[in-house]
Design a binder for this molecule. Structure first.
Ligand SMILES: *Cc1c(COP(=O)(O)O)cnc(C)c1O
Length: 361
């Protein structure tokens, strides 16, 4: 059986080396005679797995000591509610930067808890750009500023960190975390669903600055309070143990491949190659995103004639290039090329696109 190149936006491709290691350890982890899936989350075996994963993530991302790392369930979507519940304190407004599908969902949930001020939006421009920093209407009394560094559907990515003049910056980093080094100290909270660039679905990673803990509203359920997780090493209740273990293997894989600096180099090269091919296809393929904010991770593209979409997808699948269908709101195709997408996958996609164009152009 041959593995195909999987361009799924999420749950997404995992490094083959990680899957193989998990397979080797599946029935008998380190000679204990049981699977990680069968371990008590409070036993010393799983505790060592959990602590190692946290230590490896801290080292990969150079997370400062005044930040907690939380391993949770509920997906990134749960933080659309948890951010306002936990971070408003005695304030009643928050600023949101609206750049696509995911920021819209975050805004919808936050509106249940506070006055949401949309400080900048690209909705009118069809989410093909990021708003000029100089035009952001930030409110100095906002409890926090929320943004989406990479909009997975539109393929729009911030290539610098916005300056919020001391107001805590909250980021939904689901589809770009670990794709490059970032300065964690610029953030108040980072959250990310695991199923794009960290591991299997079921785990959500949160990185939160200590001073932002402990001000949740009294009515906040324990399971929705970041403090609960911070106080219990994320073991207030049963965590997603197997997903946590898999994430740890992915962290080690990244470390073994040169860390985030190496990931960034490879990701930039992979995405540059594909954008260059699209831009030089004479309009047969088009990516509408502004060049200064094109995503390294999710590359939507349209065919010049959408009547060809079905055949493109069918032939691509036959060629071992799967899950390329674009989101219905954008149409066309989308290639999600996270860390675990090997460079030969990009080359194979470009070869296929060239052949398809030759046949149909
Ligand atoms: C996938 C995704 C989500 C949703 O994640 P869940 O874990 O399914 O809740 C939220 N935000 C972004 C940017 C995403 O890419």
């Amino acid at each position: 059986m041959a593995r195909v190149f999987n361009f799924s936006p999420g749950p997404a491709v995992l490094p083959e080396a990680v899957l193989s290691r998990a397979k080797e350890e599946l029935l008998d982890w380190h000679g204990r005679g049981i699977s990680v899936m069968e371990m008590s989350h409070r036993g010393k075996e799983f505790t060592s797995i959990a602590q190692q994963a946290e230590a490896d993530l801290r080292s990969l991302m150079a997370i400062p000591d005044n930040y907690k790392v939380l391993f949770m369930q509920g997906g990134a979507s749960m933080h659309f509610s948890m951010a306002p519940l936990n971070l408003l304190g005695d304030k009643n407004s928050a600023d949101y930067i609206h750049t696509g599908h995911w920021s819209k969902k975050a805004i919808t949930e936050a509106k249940r808890f506070c006055n949401v001020s949309v400080a900048a939006s690209t909705e009118g421009k069809g989410y093909t750009s990021i708003p000029e920093y100089s035009e952001w209407q930030l409110n100095k009394d906002a409890a926090y500023v929320h943004y989406t560094p990479n909009e997975t559907i539109a393929g729009v990515e911030f290539h610098s960190i916005p300056d919020t003049a001391g107001v805590p910056l909250v980021a939904d980093m689901s589809s770009t975390i670990l794709s490059r080094p970032i300065d964690v100290s610029r953030y108040g909270v980072i959250y990310a669903g695991a199923q794009k660039n960290i591991g299997p679905a079921g785990l959500t990673v949160v990185i939160i600055r200590d001073d932002l803990l402990g001000v949740a509203k009294d009515t906040t359920p324990s399971m929705m309070n970041y403090q609960t997780y911070a106080d219990s090493q994320s073991m207030y209740n049963t965590p997603p143990t197997f997903a946590w273990y898999m994430a740890g293997l992915v962290f080690q894989w990244i470390q073994g491949n040169g860390g985030l600096t190496a990931m960034a180099e490879i990701n930039q090269r992979k995405s540059d190659k594909l954008y260059r091919f699209i831009d030089h296809s004479g309009g047969f393929y088009v990516n509408k995103v502004d060049k200064n904010c094109r995503s390294w991770m999710n590359i939507p593209f349209q065919l010049h004639d959408d009547a060809l979409d079905k055949e493109f997808l069918q032939l691509a699948t036959e060629a071992g290039l799967v899950q390329l269908k674009g989101h219905r709101s954008v149409g066309g195709m989308r290639a999600s090329i996270y860390n675990a997408m090997p460079e030969p996958g990009i080359d194979a996609l470009i070869d296929f696109m060239q052949q398809f164009k030759t046949k149909k152009g």
